[in-house]
Design a protein around this ligand. Structure first.
Ligand SMILES: [Zn+2]
Length: 56
């Protein structure tokens, strides 16, 4: 008894991914999204190129 395991807190770093067309891969790929809202950095999982949200 007394197992106080009520911490179901998930780590705050869930990686957001979106699908999009990479200018380099010229295909639909998934991007890792990081950075603040409105200033996101999209990292192509195919070629690992990073794009600012304004570049896509
Ligand atoms: Zn790419």
């Amino acid at each position: 008894m007394g197992s106080r395991k009520r911490r179901t807190v998930k780590p705050q770093r869930k990686t957001k991914t979106v699908e999009g067309k990479c200018p380099k891969c010229i295909t639909i790929v998934r991007f890792n999204v990081s950075g603040p809202v409105g200033d996101e950095i999209y990292e192509c999982k195919g070629c690992l190129t990073k794009y600012h949200v304004d570049e896509l």
